[in-house]
Write a protein that binds this ligand. Structure first.
Ligand SMILES: [Zn+2]
Length: 853
């Protein structure tokens, strides 16, 4: 077979075959329309008596339920998964002690309890269930030392949302039934135990254990119950008489204030804006290890990932403020008012997302909040490209599917538009009404709409219908013309989205900014049609016209403008999103000297860092001395690390001594771990011959989230450095954190060309306790593309419970299958060509033979 054909095939195939097919536009929302879960009991109160054994990873429990029957019944059914059920006893109002022992049947995740006779509707019952949970995979998690982490401190924590409460106590495990709760826990003397509500008592036992008795006297849903035990230190604060307690593992107290010092101010802000004082007797936050989520709003006892804490250097790049504000906002939106069904999850998550940006707006100003909201919209658009759904949606295939970018950022932006339509005064009046009327209730979207109507008189069915019960967003094409004779600005607005069953034609208000040389006018228009024109009088020709300058609307916008208008917009507009749009509009003309100069000015002087960062990114696509100088200056001097990082990345395409020197300086001196890591990656591109020693040096440097180690390993793997393989193999023999271990293993496997023993070690990490390690293992296996990876990933997929990791594994399987498919197709193609070639050769031989004859 001619060699060039094979090369040609190799060059052509991967890109075409690796292109992913778009998934179904409905995503994981194809189940038949669900209903709020029916129930035959009303849970009123539960008391859990718990004892933990870290050696056996065992929780011994007794759940004492007080409940009433909603219909006549001789048996009841509870959710109880992967636990051994012991004795079940009953006491009713009429049967005093001794307790009556009950028959039960535990099959799958259902516990059926025979009541011994039929009781009428309304009957109140007290049922106590003894149970044992051993080595739980969901619901509860034991953190224990093992061979890889001999000094790991012990902890236990629980995580129930959406429906994992049933893995650590028997209950009706759905959000639509609220109850009060008590959790009584026996723990080692040096441990603290945190749970919901107030600490009633803390009693020392004869065996030197301590019994902690927590009581939640106001109702909440089972998924909000929590218990955490371990050796923690606490940062104690106070807001208006309410204790604010932030718990961190012993030894980490110095880092606590960086993440939590604003909590009391947030409580004041949210209480004031919602018009409803923080609802619970305390607010605690606790950072736990091996936690796979960012945070969880357990009532008055938020659980947070240990990554919420970080050191001073990481603080330039990493902030926990948004997370802390999000979980605190849930104490109202989620805990005080709880979505009745997962199909209504936006009433929890969109509210928490929006309130976190409201905190930003309050604490750091409109521009910072606008920037956050812009990026939230982008994250929704990314998901929308994969699938489109209505925000309120009862067709989820599994409860965990609803926790997506429609529920968080899109819904947050919908609340932002609600604020725009109603105006601040009416918006806050509506939310106050909604909180007040629905406190301690489960809610659905109609409750919000009714509260808005009652508080403001505004009927908003149209708003809810398009934004909550339909999917998508408007795609506007906007243009303007100036009529000098009539002194008229004519604005044309078209909606160009494809209208179908899911996506409507939108109705919305919009602001228009018209900038004249002497003044800036703001007008409000109503959009209701596929295409509309609007006329505005102006004394002279506007220098620019901006559509929705404050970015209230969730939309895609196409607004063709002249270079002059865009330059004026970049230099003079007061709104960050308008300046951003100017940069985006100038992309196609960035080579123009006037445009390049304006970008350099913005990169150096724009008051908002995000605009400087975007200008830097565009300058990075240019070349020449001036672009380089601008980038070097930003890389060294910008006060915002994100801008320095963008400049460093851009310098990765400037292969000259001055840039190399600047990158080395960033690597050695920049206070940001991330800037230093990006400098390494850039140097790999522009100083490949000399970067080796820096990469090796970086192997030993500590950094946040191991960003330096990752950059070093990626670089050494790319250089195929055999000596580095030895060094990494030696490092793997010493004690390491699990995160360091997995990065090093991945690098070693790449350096050793897929060494089977090393790949096996990476695969073993798929079942590591830590989500971060499991996810890194998935990433490594994709990079390695070894044939054994698919079955290993598929096996893990069966067991994996963590949503993000499930998504990672699914993506990885698709990528590896594509690679596999591409290899298989290539093999077949090569085979066919070889066959063809043989045919040709034999025909040729025959011809030659004939010629000889
Ligand atoms: Zn949340």
């Amino acid at each position: 077979m001619p060699r060039f054909i094979l090369l040609l095939l190799l060059a052509l195939f991967p890109s075409t075959l690796l292109a992913q097919q778009p998934g179904p536009r409905t995503g994981p929302f194809t189940a038949p329309q669900r209903s709020v879960r029916s129930r035959t009991i009303d849970q009123q109160h539960v008391r859990l008596d718990l004892k933990f054994d870290w050696e056996k990873q065992e929780m011994k429990g007794k759940a004492s339920h007080t409940l009433s029957l909603l219909a006549p019944a001789s048996s009841i059914e509870l959710d109880a998964a992967e636990m051994a059920i012991g004795e079940v006893t009953l006491a009713t109002e009429e049967t005093a002690n001794p307790q009556q022992k009950l028959q039960k049947n535990h099959q799958g995740n259902k516990l059926t309890i025979q009541l011994g006779k039929e009781y009428p509707a309304g009957q109140k019952l007290q049922i106590a269930i003894e149970y044992v949970v051993t080595k739980p995979n969901q619901g509860a998690h034991f953190v224990i030392p093992d061979a890889s982490e001999p000094s790991q401190p012990k902890m236990v924590w629980t995580q129930s949302e959406p429906e994992d409460a049933r893995y650590w106590f028997p209950c009706f495990d759905s959000p639509n039934d609220r109850l009060t709760s008590e959790i009584v826990t026996v723990a080692p003397a040096n441990f603290i135990v945190l749970s919901n509500g107030s600490l009633i008592s803390k009693r020392e036992n004869d065996d030197k254990t301590v019994t902690w008795h927590w009581s939640q006297v106001k109702s909440h849903s089972p998924y909000l119950m929590s218990v955490v035990a371990g050796d923690f230190e606490v940062l104690e604060q106070n807001w208006d008489g309410i204790p604010v307690l932030s718990y961190v593992p012993r030894g980490r107290l110095a880092e606590a204030a960086r993440s939590f010092d604003k909590t009391p101010a947030m409580m004041a802000f949210f209480s004031e804006k919602i018009g409803y004082r923080y609802p619970w007797p305390k607010y605690a936050q606790i950072c736990v290890d091996e936690y796979g989520w960012g945070g969880m709003e357990h009532t008055s006892a938020t659980t947070l990932n240990l990554n919420t804490l970080h050191d001073e250097r990481a603080h330039a790049d990493i902030s926990s403020i948004n997370l802390v504000a999000h979980e605190l906002a849930h104490q109202w939106w989620g805990d005080l008012l709880t979505c009745k069904d997962w199909g209504e999850i936006w009433l929890n998550e969109s509210f928490a997302t929006y309130f976190a940006t409201l905190w930003t707006e309050h604490d750091q100003g409109w521009d910072e909040a606008a920037w956050e909201r812009y990026h939230e919209a982008e994250s929704y658009f990314g998901e929308d490209a994969r699938y489109r759904r209505s925000i309120v949606n009862y067709r989820y295939n599994a409860p965990m599917n609803v926790f997506d970018s429609h529920a968080y950022p899109k819904g947050g932006r919908v609340l932002h538009m609600l604020r725009f339509e109603l105006g601040d005064e009416q918006f806050w009046r509506a939310l106050r009404r909604y909180a007040e009327v629905n406190q301690f209730r489960t809610v659905e979207t109609a409750d919000l709409r009714i509260a808005i109507e009652d508080a403001t008189g505004q009927g908003l069915n149209w708003f809810c219908d398009q934004w909550l019960y339909h999917g998508g967003h408007p795609e506007f094409t906007v243009s303007w013309e100036w009529d000098a004779a009539a002194k008229d600005v004519k604005l044309t607005v078209k909606q160009t989205q494809k209208v179908d069953e899911t996506t409507p034609l939108f109705r919305t208000s919009a602001e228009i900014e018209i900038a004249l040389p002497g003044e800036t006018l703001t007008k409000k228009i109503q959009i209701t049609k596929p295409e509309e024109t609007y006329h505005f009088q102006a004394a002279e020709r506007p220098t620019r016209v901006c559509f929705d300058p404050k970015d209230w609307l969730l939309k895609k916008l196409s607004f063709a403008k002249s270079k002059e208008e865009l330059l004026d917009q970049l230099a003079n507009d007061k709104n960050v999103i308008c300046r951003l749009q100017a940069i985006q509009g100038l992309d196609s003309q960035k080579g123009d000297p006037q445009v390049a100069a304006a970008l350099r000015t913005a990169a150096a002087k724009d008051p908002f860092w995000g605009i400087r960062e975007e200008a830097i990114k565009l300058i990075g696509k240019l070349n020449g001395d001036e672009a380089r100088k601008s980038l070097i200056s930003a890389a060294k001097d910008d006060k915002k690390s994100l801008v320095r990082r963008a400049a460093v990345t851009a310098l990765g395409s400037f292969a000259d001594d001055e840039s190399r020197t600047a990158l080395k300086e960033v690597f050695h001196k920049d206070s940001s771990y991330y800037a230093a890591a990006e400098a390494l990656r850039a140097l790999l591109k522009v100083d490949r011959e000399n970067v080796h020693d820096l990469l090796v040096a970086a192997l030993d440097r500590p950094s946040h989230h191991e960003v330096l180690l990752r950059a070093a390993c990626d670089g050494l793997a790319e250089l195929k450095d055999a000596a580095a393989a030895e060094k990494i193999a030696a490092m793997l023999k010493s004690p390491l954190t699990p995160d360091r271990r997995i990065v090093l293993l991945g690098a070693l496997a790449r350096l050793k060309g897929g060494d089977a023993a090393v790949v096996k070690q990476v695969e073993e990490q798929l079942s590591n306790d830590r989500v971060s390690v499991r996810r890194a293992a998935v990433e490594s296996l994709v990079a390695l593309a070894q044939p054994t990876a698919l079955p290993a990933l598929q096996a893990r997929r069966e067991k994996e419970q963590h949503r993000g990791t499930v998504r990672d594994i699914d993506d990885a399987i698709v990528k590896l299958r594509d690679k596999d498919k591409s290899a298989e197709d290539l093999r077949k193609e090569v085979e066919a060509l070889r066959k063809k070639n043989e045919d040709l050769e034999s025909r040729l031989k025959k011809l030659e033979g004939k010629g000889k004859e």
